[in-house]
Structure formats: C-alpha cells, structure tokens
Design a protein. Structure first.
Lengths: 164, 488
C-alpha cells in the first residue's frame, strides 16, 4: 500500500511546527527500517495544495497542530476527515488562501484524480502559534515522541494487515 | 449601539474579524478590521547569518514562499554589494513568473471567482470552487489543476524544491538551466499563455457581459480614490521582479518614484489602539485617518494599483488588455476595487507572456549564473511585487554578515488601511435602518476586501479551531438579536 505521511505546519512558529517535527522523527525511524512504500514529507498549507500532494497514494496520514476551545496543550487527537469537515479543522486543513481540505478533496474526486481511500489525522493541541521560534513549548514538545510512536504503530499495523 | 461581527472571514488566509458598529438609528457608525499578529520575527533572525534569510523567510508563509525567497535574495545582493550576472536575473524572473501564474490562477478561480461565476447572492454552500465547476463545467477544474501542476514543476526545476525554494544566493542563482529544461519550460509557458487568454475570455463572458456585475463594479460602494503603488521598469512598465517603486496620486499623476533602499524616506506606519496592525502610509502626504483622497496618505498595492501606477505593460497581449481595461472602466486611474479581479487576470496574462519571452531568450541557458561576493556586508534592501502587494525586506548586519536588524513590509500590510476603508464604504452603502442582514448582504461586504486577495499568513497566522463565518447582531445593550453562521 503506497502511503504518504505529511507533517503540516510552520517549523519556525513555535508549536505550529509540531506536525513537521513528528514527520521528521517518523522519517528518521523509518530510514533504519527500509520501508520503501512509505513517503514522509512536510507542507505548510492545506486545501488545494494538500489534495494535489495526495494524488497517487492509497493512504495518507496527516500530522498537524490544532487549537480547540479549552484544549490542553500537548493533548493528542485522532481525527477523521469527517471531523475536519464538520467541526474541528486542524491548523492547516482549513487554509483559506486556497480552500479547505474537504472541499479540495471533493473537487479532486469530481475531476477523477486518484485520491487515497483513507486519510488519518493526528492533531496535537498547540499552545503558542503566533511567536517565531524553532522549538515547541515543553508540554507540546513532550507529545512529539508519543505521536511519532503512534504513527509508526499505525504504519506497522497497516504493513502486517497487507502481508496477512 | 448595535454590533455586527463577521468572524473569521471566509476564504481568507489567517484569522480575521470584521466588526460593524451600528448607531441607535441602525446606520453604520464605524467598522473595524482586526487580525492577530505574529510576534518576534526580528528576535528570531538577529544573530543568524544573513545568507540564511532566503531559506528562513520562505518559511514565514506557505502561501507565497517564492516571493519572500526572491525579496530576501535581492536584499542579499544589496547587502553584499554584488550584481548578479544577466542570466541569473533572467532565471530568477522566469521562476517568479511561474509562481505568479499559479498564485493568480488560484485566486481568480478558487477565491475571487465564486462571487462572480456563482453569484454574490448564491447560497453560501455553492459559493466556492465546486460551485464554479458546477456552473462552468468540470473541464475548467481540470485546467486549473493542470496549470498549477505544470508551474509547480517549473518552480521545483528552477528553485530546487517544490514548496520552499532554495536556489537564490547573493550574487545569483544556484544552478544554470539545461537545454532540456528550457525546452520543457517553453512548452509550459506556451500552455500558460493559452490558459491566460482563456481566463480573459471568462472575465468577458461571465463578468463584463453581465450588466448587473458591471454596475456593481462601478458602484460607489466599491469605489475609493487613493494613491497607488507598484514596481516599474525604466519605461514605467509593470514589473514584478525588479525596478523602482512608483506612486501615483488619485488623479493618476506621478507622486514619487524611488529606489528600494529609499523606502524609509517615503513610507511610515500609523498605529491604532484597537488593532495590532501597523498601517503604512505615505510620509510626505501624512496620515489623515481612514479617508480617501489626495490629502490622505493612504495608498494601496494590488494588481489594480500596479496597473494604475504604471504607464503600460511590456508584453503585447497584456498591453492590449490594459488598454481595453481603461477604455471600459472610464479612463485612468481606475478606483473601483472590484476591478482588481480583472487587473489580476491581466497580470496573469503578462506573467505568462513574460515567462515565454524569458525562456526563449538565448542567454537563459548561459552557465554563468553567479557573481561571488567579495565585499564586506553592511545593509541591504530587496523589493519585489508579491501577488498581494509590494514586498520589502531590509537587513542590517555586522562585518561578518551576522544580522543585527531585520524589517519586513509584507504585501498585504500595505493594504491594511484601504481594506479597512473599503469595508466601511461597502457596509455603509449596503446596511441601513431596517435592512435585513442576510448572508448575501454580508458576502457583499466581504467582497470589498476579497478583491485585495488579502493574506495574513506572514503578518499573522493563528487559525482558530473552527472556520465559521459568524455574524452577531447585538442591540444597544449588547444582547444578541440575530446570529448567522456558516462553515466554509
């Protein structure tokens, strides 16, 4: 199964870059594993550009920052595309310079583009997304190894399901 | 006092909020346009080597990394007192035109277009790119995606990476172009010209042939005579990559023309207590508040501004459109902000034609693309036209090239004051005592600023957990009497 892992966010905007940092950690872990059907990348905008990146993949895992009302920094949410469409877009899935991700995916499907069957989303509650800085705040940084492990496990489960 | 809030603005990058204050009579008393601001960019940069700036600043924002990369690279040329070889300048401009084609295409079809193609009063769930496809056909969606795809390839080929380019260096460009690359890009540039002509045709068929739209563009609600800014070449033609900054007054006469490093003599910033934003204005006219006219130092920097600030466009098809633009809209300058959408498509045509010219230039494959800097760095300013307005990067370093001072004036920032004025103008014209506040009506207020293609990702960023368009109407005691909301 051809899988794309995308870390979303701005790596120089404190907690906004948490998704990108998780993606780097996943890439480093996979490098020693030699899984060649998994591609790990980063992006900083959602919508159209994100949809275009997904073309040709069977499965996509997104990792992004999120801010929900009353959310606790460092909390980890597992979301589906339906969640993003209805109530809780992550920091970058609703980038409005182009369009939100669900609209972009709908457009891609109508145009007959080869889009993934499954899109899984890991969202990490951010504290500070308005101050420039290349490290996350401590509570958010603490979530990085945990989410990295969750993503790796998700990939491993998919791997064993395919071989079975 | 009644208060109407549009929060946040749909189809606008970053988190923005419009507040409309009504008086006891139900007339518009005032409007605020507020966005949160990013903090600490200068602190983040100071102490780093200046040569990292093209790669740092292109991270500020995911929408126009190419514009920041280019302004930073040009600021480094100035900082290290080095002149890039001619082929390097042409490669940079070629790269930049590919970026312009994608950016203007996205705005016209996905952001500005739905208001006209689907209609300003259409149900909100149809006023998006899916509505455009439903109305004009799937083929148009495929064309937009194909246009973006082929130009992203050019950006990768020339800039070294898909999203955050790395090829800009002080004194030139990291790699020369091969003949194979040239042939491929020439083919792409030809397709771009055809696509731009097709887009002009859409403006004709959908907007200009519909009298109701033309009346709306020309109406007082969307008209404000102010100063206009844009980069021009030695013939006063529109230029996105290089030149001098020219400002014309509301009558269209040249007010000033200055080299990038002189910007601090011409531009100052005003601060308001209710907003984090700084409002740039023309120093030599002065800040007179959010008012239009020759006595007010407000200026704007948009596609419309660039056409107004220039005497013409250097490519033939875009020049013909430029002339038709002013003939149709009653002469120069044009003060109708909704005409900015048409101006943007004329710029799309120029970018496509210029791309073809550059790629056909025999010098474009010249291997000499770098002048190695040898001078001690001091201070540098780089200016380009970002799609959303004049973009200025200003760096000061010590003798080792370590940054000691950084200042950026980003595209949309130039337009904060005129956007605020446009919202007030539209709201005052559309909302009166007894007016029923409908979704379509508020969309028409939004259209006033959407024409600026505002993007606050580099000035601000924070998206909230939700992206509704929420409108709250409060009575004089602050009670909610009406609430409208939508999800984009």
């Amino acid at each position: 199964m051809k899988t794309l892992v995308i870390g979303l966010g701005n790596p120089i905007l404190t907690d906004d870059g948490v998704g990108v940092k998780v993606a780097y950690a996943v890439r480093d872990a996979l490098a020693s594993d030699g899984q060649d059907d998994v591609t790990v990348t980063e992006a900083s905008v959602g919508g159209l550009r994100l949809m275009e990146m997904m073309v040709g993949y069977d499965r996509v895992i997104l990792i992004d920052a999120i801010q929900t009302p009353g959310g606790r920094p460092g909390a980890i949410h597992r979301l589906t595309l339906d969640d993003v469409a209805s109530a809780v877009p992550t920091q970058h899935s609703a980038s409005t310079h182009d369009m939100n991700l669900p609209t972009a995916l709908e457009m891609g499907r109508r145009l007959g583009l080869a889009l993934p069957e499954t899109i899984e989303i890991f969202a990490i509650e951010a504290k500070d997304v308005v101050t420039f800085g290349d490290t996350c705040t401590p509570t958010v940084a603490a979530a990085i190894p945990i989410v990295t492990e969750m993503v790796l496990q998700t990939l491993a489960l998919a791997e064993s399901a395919t071989t079975r | 006092m009644k208060r109407i809030t549009i929060d946040p603005i749909t189809r606008l990058e970053g988190h923005g909020k419009i507040e409309i204050f009504l008086d006891e009579e139900g007339e518009v008393k005032n409007t605020h346009f507020v966005i949160p601001e990013l903090r600490g960019f200068e602190v983040f940069c100071v102490g780093r080597p200046a040569e990292e700036m093209p790669r740092i600043t292109n991270r500020i924002c995911g929408v126009c990394p190419e514009a920041h990369h280019m302004a930073a690279t040009k600021a480094l040329d100035d900082l290290y007192h080095v002149e890039p070889p001619s082929a390097a300048k042409k490669l940079r401009e070629l790269f930049y035109m590919a970026f312009y084609v994608t950016d203007h295409t996205t705005h016209f079809y996905a952001l500005g277009g739905p208001d006209f193609v689907v209609g300003p009063d259409a149900p909100k769930y149809e006023r998006n790119v899916l509505g455009v496809i439903a109305k004009v056909g799937l083929e148009i969606g495929s064309q937009v995606i194909a246009c973006r795809k082929r130009n992203h390839e050019v950006i990768k080929m020339l800039g070294g990476r898909h999203i955050h380019p790395v090829a800009g260096l002080p004194g030139g460009w990291a790699k020369a172009m091969t003949k194979e690359e040239r042939d491929e890009i020439e083919k792409i540039a030809r397709e771009n010209v055809e696509f731009a002509k097709f887009s002009i045709q859409i403006v004709n068929d959908v907007v200009l042939s519909n009298q109701a739209y033309v009346d709306m563009i020309l109406s007082d609600a969307y008209t404000q005579p102010i100063y206009y800014m844009g980069l021009v070449d030695e013939n006063n033609h529109v230029n996105f990559y290089d030149g001098e900054v020219r400002v014309v007054d509301p009558d269209g006469n040249e007010f000033c023309k200055y080299a990038p490093h002189e910007y601090t003599e011409h531009i100052a910033e005003h601060v308001e207590p209710w907003s984090y934003l700084k409002y740039p204005f023309l120093k030599k006219v002065g800040w007179k508040g959010f008012v239009p006219g020759k006595e007010s130092g407000m200026y704007c920097a948009t596609p419309l501004s660039r056409l107004n600030a220039a005497d013409g466009i250097a490519t033939p098809l875009a020049q013909a459109e430029y002339e038709r633009f002013y003939e149709t809209l009653g002469g120069k300058p044009v003060h109708h902000t909704l005409a900015t959408h048409w101006a943007r498509v004329i710029e799309l045509l120029y970018a496509a034609e210029r791309m073809l010219e550059l790629v056909q230039d025999p010098e474009i494959t010249d291997p000499n693309v770098r002048t190695i800097p040898t001078d001690t760095p001091t201070e540098g300013v780089g200016v380009v036209e970002a799609p959303r307005g004049t973009l200025t990067h200003h760096y000061v370093t010590d003798e080792r090239g370590i940054l000691t001072k950084v200042n950026l004036v980003v595209g949309t920032t130039n337009n904060y004051a005129p956007i605020t004025l446009s919202i007030k103008k539209a709201a005052s014209a559309l909302i009166h005592k007894g007016t029923v506040i409908t979704d379509g009506l508020l969309n028409k207020v939004e259209m006033a600023f959407r024409s600026y293609d505002p993007c606050f990702s580099c000035a601000t960023h924070s998206l909230p957990g939700q992206m509704p368009l929420e409108v709250v109407v409060r009575d004089a005691e602050g009670n909610v009497v009406e609430r409208l909301s939508q999800y984009i």
